[in-house]
Ligand binder design. Structure first.
Ligand code: FDP
Length: 278
């Protein structure tokens, strides 16, 4: 898989440059979920596809920005689901955004995920690769990703990142979030899944939630491109991820753009979610 990680690094360097200097406006197109695409969403998607096309071991890709799967190499083995520029609605306010990749074998189900990678485009560019462990790298002046450290979650954290609109939450969810704050947790939510989850990982733990809501009963975040890859990262870092009742990595989507309620955290917070939703 090394050649895939290298292709992701090359894509990240090109996307970082586009974020810094390209037009941040909207295109006239919508993606499969109905979001109006930024020109940068489309460009990031093209960059990643170009880099992946050079890698013979990749059989097929599926992007959040496209309706259907794209076959790449018949002899290839790996399937990759990716979100080229997550949180892109934060670009115009100059907050951090990210790219997310899930590398699958045999099909796009949680149980088939064998590695995941995400990139944070913040004041600095950081890249995290989860395989057996979770390793973090940072881009240096020479455009090389230098290993920084392994990421390991504490059993219990201090941060709370509650997603979606409060007026759409179920009462039991609202109570759980209120109770977590009453226990002294601090609010940390930028509205970008990648930096919000990265912050919880680096600060030792906490809870990120994007629940089932009255306007989106199946949640907002997409299983193949967003939820599975981060569930894999959180488990490998020693925490967990659930949809309220089930382990995320036990789920199988029916359609590439299926969404799910999701909770990511250190073990203590994940147990709290399971108790609330049991
Ligand atoms: P965005 O719509 O800006 O692409 O992927 C969806 C996402 O961002 C996540 O990055 C983020 O966590 C979430 O939506 C934020 O949604 P809310 O504003 O509804 O909390």
């Amino acid at each position: 898989m090394t050649e895939i990680f290298e292709a992701i690094k090359k894509s990240a360097i090109r996307i970082r440059e586009a974020i810094e200097f390209d037009d941040t406006g909207y295109s006239e197109d919508q993606n499969a979920t109905g979001d109006t695409q930024l020109k940068l969403d489309i460009k990031s998607d093209i960059i990643i596809e170009e880099e992946f096309r050079k890698i013979p071991s990749i059989k097929e890709i599926v992007s959040e920005e496209k309706n259907d799967k794209t076959p790449l190499h018949v002899e290839g083995h790996y399937l990759i689901g990716y979100d080229p520029l997550d949180g892109s609605s934060l670009i115009d306010v100059n907050l951090s955004v990210g790219s997310i990749f899930g590398i699958y074998e045999g099909g796009y189900a949680g149980k088939n995920l064998i590695a995941s990678v995400y990139v944070v485009y913040g004041p600095r560019v950081e890249l995290v690769i989860a395989t057996d462990k979770v390793r973090m790298y940072r881009l240096n002046k020479s455009d090389e990703f230098v290993y920084l450290k392994d990421i390991v979650l504490n059993e219990k954290g201090k941060l709370n990142a509650p997603g979606s609109t409060q007026m759409c939450w179920e009462p039991k969810h609202k109570k759980m979030i209120d109770d977590i704050f009453a226990d002294g947790y601090r609010l940390r939510y930028s509205g970008g899944m990648v930096p919000d989850l990265h912050q919880i990982l680096l600060k030792g733990g906490g809870l990120f939630s994007y629940p089932s809501t009255s306007d989106a009963p199946k949640g907002k975040l997409r299983l193949i491109f967003e939820v599975f890859p981060f569930a894999f990262v959180y488990e490998k870092a020693g925490g967990g991820s659930v949809d309220g009742k089930n382990r995320i990595l036990d789920l199988t989507p029916e359609h590439p753009h299926d969404t799910s309620p999701c909770f990511f955290g250190s073990n203590s917070e994940v147990q709290r979610v399971l108790k609330t939703y049991e």
